[in-house]
Design a protein around this ligand. Structure first.
Ligand code: UDP
Ligand code: MG
Length: 337
């Protein structure tokens, strides 16, 4: 099964809009799961407890099992059996958090779609505050972290990163927001048209426009297990964020080129002056030679790396491979009729 097969037919949103007048709005949750066996049941319980009091709304939950290697899928299947508001999209392998979110958005049918983590770091009760902001007219509601409980390293790097990202791109990416947000059906449909591979969903959403607002919250600690974002994945996401929205790194190469040119002009003048006025010491220039060769080598490698990153993106986009592969979609009998 490929991504095309599981996306609802194009007419579905229209039909939903027509019915919306007579029925309660449906809120979909898109919930990426990767090796969360120790916390997922508690998460599900807290989520359902949070919205059970809301008789004015209907809910569905789309869990995307992103190739978990632990018992997460079995627990999810159990949840789906007992609750027909639960659907599971089971990936053929681990495709990564951003792709898992994308698949969930492709499948979700709600009038509004909420994306949130399944480790209880994004508190379920806050998601209902997002719904309230949506009902007041917002089309995109970002949940902004007023405070967070992560490690010092993660907090400082994230803090710095969001500021660098904002200053290097023309997109007004809201500060300190992850992927916890609500999207109106119209926005979710439009977002579905963005099929780029190395994706930075929060940046794409911010770039889309519409009526955007934010709700602040205090981010909790992870309920169970370890972060599924080791440094390597964090670095990839960070690079995807910058390269998706900015060519500033390429422009920096040009600037660096000018700087090195200016330095080398000074070097040339110095070398010639030494040759003509102090010929007795020109042979002892080994240190200078090494410094110059290594410096230029480093600058060139760095520049090639930056260009290579962009070329790599072009390469993977032109391959046109599907974003994800699904083993099966499980559950959700109620939402099908
Ligand atoms: N996740 C995923 N695929 C991955 C890595 C993470 O679906 O390859 C999910 C994970 O289960 C969680 C969310 O993405 O629901 C955020 O991951 P995590 O909490 O580990 O990131 P952190 O909060 O530490 O940045
Ligand atoms: Mg987390």
């Amino acid at each position: 099964m490929t991504q095309q097969d599981i996306r609802p037919p194009a007419s579905a949103p229209l039909a939903l809009a027509e019915q919306a007048a007579e029925r309660r709005p449906l809120i979909s949750y898109v919930l990426p799961v990767y090796n969360e066996q120790d916390g997922i049941a508690a998460f599900h319980q807290e989520l359902t407890a949070a919205f059970d009091g809301r008789a004015d709304l209907d809910f569905e939950m789309v869990y995307v099992n992103d190739g978990s290697a632990d018992g997460s899928l079995a627990i999810l299947k159990d949840l789906a059996e007992r609750d027909d508001r639960v659907r599971i999209v089971d990936f053929a392998r681990n495709f990564g958090h951003q792709i898992a979110i994308t698949a969930g958005l492709d499948v979700a049918r709600g009038d509004a779609v909420i994306v949130m983590d399944t480790d209880l770091q994004d508190p379920p009760r806050v998601s209902l505050e997002l719904v309230d902001a949506w009902r007041e007219g917002a089309e995109i509601v970002h949940a902004r972290r007023r405070s967070r409980q992560d490690t010092f390293f993660k907090r400082t790097t994230a803090h710095l990163y969001y500021r660098v990202l904002r200053s290097s791109t023309e997109v007004d990416i809201p500060l300190d927001t992850g992927d916890f947000r609500l999207l109106d059906r119209r926005v979710a449909d439009e977002l579905g048209k963005y099929r780029e591979k190395s994706r930075f969903v929060r940046g794409i959403v911010a770039s889309m426009g519409y009526r955007q607002t934010e709700v602040s919250f205090d981010r909790d600690e992870r309920f169970a297990g370890e972060t599924k974002y080791p440094l390597r994945k964090m670095a990839k996401l960070a690079i995807d964020g910058v390269t998706s929205f900015s060519t500033v790194p390429l422009k920096m190469i040009t600037r660096l080129g000018f700087l090195v040119l200016a330095l080398s002009l000074a070097g040339i003048v110095y070398a010639l002056a030494m040759k003509f006025f102090r010929p007795e010491i020109t042979v002892s220039g080994w240190t200078m030679l090494m410094v110059v060769v290594l410096f230029l080598g480093g600058v060139q490698m760095l520049s090639l790396g930056v260009i290579g990153t962009y070329v790599g993106r072009i390469y993977s986009e032109t391959q046109g491979r599907p974003l994800y592969l699904v083993r099966e979609v499980i559950g959700g009998s109620k939402a099908d009729d």
